[in-house]
Design a protein around this ligand. Sequence first.
Ligand code: ATP
Length: 254
Amino acid sequence: MVRFENVSKRYGPLTVLDNLNLDIGRGEKVSIIGPSGSGKTTVLRMLMTLEAINDGVIWVDGEPMTHMMQNGKLVPATAKHIRRIRAKIGMVFQSFNLFPHMTAMGNCIEAPITVLGMKRSEAEERAAELLDMVGLSAKKDHYPSQLSGGQQQRVAIARALAMRPKIMLFDEVTSALDPELVGEVLQVIRKIGREHDLTMLMVTHQMGFAKEFSDRVCFFYQGKICEQGAPAEIFGNPNNERTRQFLNAVLEAG
Ligand SMILES: Nc1ncnc2c1ncn2[C@@H]1O[C@H](COP(=O)(O)OP(=O)(O)OP(=O)(O)O)[C@@H](O)[C@H]1O
């Protein structure tokens, strides 16, 4: 469903991602873990085309995203091509990024109406279902300032799903939350994983969640995938010394 093929990203002399190759299957749930600055968030931002890549090709749903086929050759993609493919991807950020002047419902219907051209009644019906799914039916007319962090993040998840993505990206979505609110957001992600046929890619510091929820865990170190495998392998018996050190440090701190 998603393929990074020899993808590199540099900021000046700093190589943030170094010849990354990563293949994610349809419906697969993949967690990305690793130390601060190892390039985890950059992977998601490149997939959302919030960052341009320097080398390589990113494929989404069988098509190159960063490039287009022209006369059998890959050429850089046009903005229109990128927009069409990006519409298959939803992202939830660490800071909830809701529109502050819109209610929970307003946040969930804005893009379906303006971007997808959905009728207001249809967008509201879909948003009501999604707000119900994230347990916020009763708060649909509340503004972000009237919601807790956990509730805002659940609205952000409903808003992303309202665009009917095939792929969902979660970037440290619980990091800005008070500890007692983390569980409710993880619970919603579990539910989405069970009930929606979505490919999910998560950058997370919640090792317990990554272990229990993911099909695969990728450990990033200095812009490379240092080790990847089933959660039981990575958390139970990592092969790589760096993975071992990282997990020991995280578990000691936690
Ligand atoms: N716009 C930018 N300009 C210059 N350097 C950047 C930019 N964005 C990210 N970087 C650098 O790229 C590296 C990787 O950043 P990234 O945010 O992907 O790391 P991360 O693994 O997600 O870290 P964290 O867990 O702290 O969020 C870091 O060294 C960061 O300072």
